[in-house]
Structures are given as structure tokens and as C-alpha cells.
Write a protein that binds this ligand. Structure first.
Ligand code: PBG
Ligand code: ZN
Length: 326
């Protein structure tokens, strides 16, 4: 017999008691805020399907990065949309490319902020695929060199960490070797290790104009029903030299986050992606959700699932909430 001796409600009676036995804490230290870089000056335009998120030129990104820094968020991740796209995505690894210039500007003007860069070709290729297309197929091995060149160009510009999101096999090893050869053995790699072929990337693809012009991403991104495979993917990336492994999206894959955390014992990040942001924003705008509470609940849930770090467009909102209602 448990009741009436056992009464779990005793420890829920007051906020002080609840605070004392709380198992999971969300901290501003766990957050990484995504930024979108575009060419030009003075550019700051809102992404229609992502209210509150803007594409910005380097000068405006500096202001944004300062705000992020002042809120206590330790890191940003940069995405870019180039001036021109071509079949090989050459703008991805130009020394004065859109991301490279943004990195230079932010590193020069903002102290104590970890600048991570997303490494992929899809925003730079005219066909919108993450790799080089040969005879209608994405050529894995031919894509490794431009990916390594892209990562190196970001690090040369001053990036503190690179985050390959392309899902080509073997790219972590090739990027690790390239960075090491060039004297950047101290720069960590956060691998998008278990990135699923998801319906939740829609708003992001609008943001960077990177929807594939034919076909889809199912030949390289993971099939949503699989989780053994996600553990294998993450293990391979750790073997190849990844320092942090990421699961993406977050909410449909909380079990995958937990398995990777338990089975690999490495730092795990989760990306609450554009579609996950958009659905909370849209429902809140209609008064169907209480946004602030929904955001904290979701982020805390992702932490409880086992994520050490969360990449989220809600990072600034969450940082303010955590500051104002500790
Ligand atoms: C590019 C990339 C994508 C995202 C991050 N890097 C889109 C995709 O693979 O189509 C998604 C981010 C988001 O939806 O918030 N490889
Ligand atoms: Zn891509």
C-alpha cells in the first residue's frame, strides 16, 4: 500500500519546494542563436514565415551579435545567402563571401561570443542541393573538397567552431584533417550528425532561398523512422573527429537525443528548427498558445531529453524570460 503514506503532491505544494526538487534546468548557457547573413549594408529584412527573425548585412549582424552577447547567450550560428549562386556553390568558400565577411565583422567588434558557422553548399548552389550534382545525383565524394574549403575559409575568417550540415558521408574526417593541416587543430566541429529529411525546414529554405530545384534531400538526410541509424551516424562522426553531435529537428526526435546522449556520452546539441519556431509563433499570434510558457516548456523538454545545447530562434526570448523570472 502506498497511499496515504506516499503523497507525491507534498513536494508540489509551493514554488520554493518545486524549485528545490526540479530535475532539469534551462540556462542561457545552453543556447545558440542562429543569424542570417546577406550581402550589402544596412540590410535588415524580416523573414515572413519566421516573425522576429531577420536577414541582415554584416554591419547589422554586429548590432544583433552585441545584443545576443548582452543577453548572456554564449554563441551564435551563422547562415548565409550569397549574391550569386552557381552549380558548384563556389561562393561558399570565397575569402570575402557573405558568411566570411560577417564573421570578420562580428569577431572584430564583439568580445566573448562564440561564432559558429553552418557549413553546407545548398544556399550557394543554383540547384539548391547540399552537394555537387553529377548526372542528376548528389556526388558524395566530390562534395567533400568544397565542404572542407568552406569550413577552412570560415575558420580563416575567425570562426570559433564549424557546423557541417550537409550529411555527406566522411565529411567530418575530411574537414578535421583540413583544419589540422592548416594549423587549426584547436577549432571544434559540431556535426549535424542525425539530420532528418524533415517537413520542418520549410521557413528556413524560404529564408536562405535554398529549396532544391528538383528532387529532395532524402538521399542524404535521414529517414524519420530510424533511430539505430542515428546512433550509428553520431558514432561515426565522433570517430571522425566531431566534438559535439547534433540532432535535428528536435521535437519529433526527443528519443533520438536521449539515445545518443546515453549511448555515446558526448556533448549533444539539438536544433529546434524553423518550422518548430513557426508553429509556436503562429499559434501564439492567434492567441491559441501562451508563447512565453510554451517556449520554456519546449526548451526544457529538449534539455530533459538529453540535449546539452539548443540551437533556437527563441534564444533571445528565452534569455529574457530566464533573466526576468529566474
Ligand atoms: C542546410 C541547412 C538547413 C537547416 C540548417 N542547415 C536546411 C535543409 O537542410 O534543408 C535547417 C534549419 C531550420 O530549418 O531552422 N543544410
Ligand atoms: Zn544543405
Amino acid at each position: 500500500m502506498t497511499f496515504p503514506f506516499h503523497r507525491p503532491r507534498r513536494l508540489r505544494e509551493t514554488e520554493l519546494l518545486r524549485r528545490m526538487v526540479r530535475e532539469t534546468r534551462l540556462s542561457v548557457d545552453d543556447l545558440i542563436y542562429p543569424l542570417f547573413a546577406v550581402p550589402g549594408e544596412g540590410v535588415c529584412d524580416e523573414i515572413p514565415s519566421m516573425p522576429g527573425v531577420y536577414r541582415r548585412s554584416a554591419d547589422q549582424l554586429v548590432l544583433e551579435a552585441k545584443e545576443v552577447r548582452e543577453l548572456g547567450i554564449p554563441a551564435v550560428i551563422l547562415f548565409g545567402t550569397p549574391e550569386r549562386k552557381d552549380p558548384e556553390g563556389r561562393e561558399a568558400y570565397r575569402e570575402d563571401g557573405v558568411v566570411q565577411r560577417a564573421v570578420v565583422a562580428i569577431k572584430a567588434q564583439v568580445d566573448d561570443l562564440v561564432v559558429v558557422t553552418d557549413v553546407c553548399l545548398c544556399a550557394y548552389t543554383d540547384h539548391g542541393h547540399c552537394g555537387l550534382v553529377v548526372e542528376g545525383r548528389i556526388d558524395n565524394d566530390a562534395t567533400l573538397e568544397p565542404l572542407a574549403a568552406t569550413a577552412l575559409s570560415h575558420v580563416r575568417a575567425g570562426a570559433d567552431m564549424v557546423a557541417p550540415s550537409d550529411m555527406m558521408d566522411g565529411r567530418i574526417l575530411v574537414i578535421r584533417e583540413r583544419l589540422d593541416e592548416e594549423g587549426f587543430e584547436g577549432v571544434p566541429i559540431m556535426s549535424y550528425a542525425a539530420k532528418y529529411a524533415s517537413a520542418f525546414y520549410g521557413p528556413f529554405r524560404d529564408a536562405v532561398h535554398a529549396a532544391p530545384s528538383f528532387g529532395d534531400r532524402r538521399s542524404h538526410q535521414m529517414d524519420p523512422p530510424n533511430s539505430d541509424e542515428a546512433v550509428r551516424e553520431a558514432a561515426l562522426d565522433v570517430e571522425e573527429g566531431a566534438d559535439i553531435v547534433m540532432v535535428k529537428p528536435a521535437l519529433p526526435y526527443l528519443d533520438v537525443i536521449r539515445r545518443i546522449k546515453d549511448e555515446l556520452n558526448v556533448p549533444v546539441a539539438a536544433f529546434l528548427v524553423s518550422g518548430e519556431y513557426a508553429m509556436i509563433k503562429a499559434a501564439s499570434a492567434r492567441g491559441w498558445l501562451e508563447e512565453e510558457r510554451a517556449v520554456l516548456e519546449v526548451l526544457t523538454g529538449v534539455r530533459r531529453a538529453g540535449a546539452d545545447l539548443i540551437l533556437t530562434y527563441f534564444a533571445k526570448d528565452a534569455a529574457r524570460t530566464l533573466r526576468d523570472h529566474p
